[in-house]
Unconditional design. Structure first.
Length: 489
């Protein structure tokens, strides 16, 4: 697969053919950043304005390859079913496009072998799924579809320098293309900042005279390392395998996820919190994985050919900027994606939150129009709502790791956390509770699904007996890797 090669207006600029005229759909939206959040925001806006300009500082790859501005893309990225369905609603045919490019649609939980803090999860069927592939492939398919939409323009190797306008209304953004000698004023009815963890939105709002947004962080000190291996023959339907870290132990949390990806490969990401971090040294990769709470993944990769070096990332802090709480907010400007909330990648929620935010943007544009007073404030509040429950889930767990840095949750949140912990213990033996947990964790259902009468009844009864002590992996799956029953050689 390759990026669209249609008309290129300039060396750093690409647009889709068949653009509607501004007289038919007036208005321009500028999106800062061509990552997943920016692309989906552009898709949300494209059918409601005459032109969407995506400003991206990098040169984007032609195929499913890493790019400079997204080093964390080398690690396992899980597009959960709630996010995938939201993307599909914005860009019909995307799921089919992912699968056609080599991704697998893995059903939960029949396609998942997972060792949670409370035991091995049973492989009971549910209506949820995840897309198993590299982040590069996820991005490429979405990028191709977005750039094929009428009126979408991509400005590559272009930096956003400053917002235009004032504290009442943002009227555009000042940009400069690589090699250019002067800045250009790019006017817009709406500027959407989707520039990721390094977003300058807070500084730019301050430059307009607005108050800084309240910010919260929860930092476990978690470090990620990833290596890709050649998958063994006959492993085309192999499950996703995960040995999860335990945030409630007395020692640092350590875990790993093995994700079958396109091209007959297995992508293995391991992680450890402060005091138990993995190393980037190749010789220490397999011993670290073998030292986890269960050695299953180490058994599965023993003897497999590594195809890459070990890649390490330390940028895993949870960070939430509460832009929606500011007493004043300018018309014409909104912030989405990692620029609003970054989550520990272990929870696989960031892309799905961006997708739900984009569907909210689409609805607000359809209902109010791009120039409506107060639209940007409505967008910001909707983005905040999309991030709220995933933030509570991620930080409610992460704050429990030894050495975690961050504000402890209030008493009410601690009470909820106790309920969720009992719920997760119950899920390993109760199919009703497990299905509801999958619904919420994949962002397919709201948090209230965890307090439905049937779930509450199951949690009150508790886990009881019957917790599985051996991996929920089949003899046939073990045989693919040359292993006997129960992971023995």
């Amino acid at each position: 697969m390759r990026a669209p090669s249609s008309a290129v207006p300039a060396p750093h600029e690409a647009s889709s053919a068949g653009s509607f005229g501004a007289s038919r759909r007036p208005g321009r939206v500028v999106v800062l950043g061509a990552g997943m959040a920016g692309l989906l925001a552009a898709a949300a806006a494209a059918r409601h304005v005459g032109e969407v300009v995506i400003v991206e500082r990098d040169r984007l790859p032609d195929g499913p390859a890493p790019r400079k501005g997204l080093p964390q893309a080398r690690h396992a990225h899980l597009m959960m079913s709630g996010g995938a369905r939201a993307v599909e609603s914005l860009l019909p045919g995307t799921i089919e496009g992912w699968v056609g490019a080599g991704a697998r649609r893995v059903p939960l939980g029949t396609g998942l072998v997972a060792f949670g803090p409370q035991g091995w999860y049973p492989r009971w069927p549910s209506t949820q799924f995840l897309m198993a592939c590299t982040r590069d492939l996820l991005d490429l398919v979405v990028r191709e579809k977005v750039l094929a939409l009428p009126g979408v323009v991509l400005r590559q190797e272009t930096d956003a320098l400053a917002l235009l306008g004032d504290a009442q209304r943002v009227t555009g953004v000042k940009v400069r293309t690589a090699g250019g000698h002067s800045a250009e004023a790019l006017e817009a009815d709406l500027v959407i900042d989707a520039s990721g963890r390094g977003s300058q939105a807070a500084r730019r709002l301050n430059e307009l005279g607005l108050h800084p947004a309240h910010e919260e962080t929860v930092d476990t000190g978690m470090v990620y390392v990833t290596r890709i291996f050649r998958a063994p023959p006959g492993s085309e339907r192999f499950p996703v395998v995960s040995v999860q870290a335990d945030p409630h132990g007395a020692v640092p949390g350590q875990g790993a996820t093995m994700l079958p990806v396109e091209g007959g490969r297995w992508l293995l990401t391991a992680c450890g919190t402060r005091g138990g971090e993995p190393s980037r040294e190749a010789g220490e990769f397999e011993p670290f994985v073998r030292s986890l709470r269960h050695p299953l993944i180490a058994d599965l990769i023993a003897g497999l050919e590594p195809l890459t070096d070990v890649h390490l990332t330390r940028s895993t802090v949870n960070r939430r900027r509460y832009f929606e709480r500011l007493p004043a907010w300018p018309d014409g400007f909104a912030v989405v994606g990692d620029a609003v909330a970054t989550f520990n990648p272990v929870y696989g929620q960031g892309m799905s939150v961006a997708a739900h935010s984009a569907t909210a943007i689409r609805g607000l544009l359809a209902g109010h129009g791009v120039a409506a007073p107060g639209l940007a404030r409505r967008i910001q509040r909707a983005v905040g709502r999309s991030a709220s429950s995933p933030w509570d889930l991620a930080t409610g767990e992460d704050i429990n790791y030894p050495g975690a840095i961050g504000e402890r949750p209030p008493a009410a949140a601690r009470l909820l956390r106790g309920y969720v912990q009992r719920l997760m213990r119950t899920a390993v033996v109760n199919p009703v509770v497990l299905r509801s947990l999958y619904d919420v964790m994949t962002l397919s259902a709201p948090m209230t699904a965890l307090v439905s009468p049937s779930v509450v009844l199951g949690v009150l009864r508790g886990p009881g007996a019957g917790v599985r002590t051996e991996p929920s992996i089949t003899a046939a799956e073990l045989a693919v890797c040359g292993l006997g029953p129960r992971g023995g050689s």
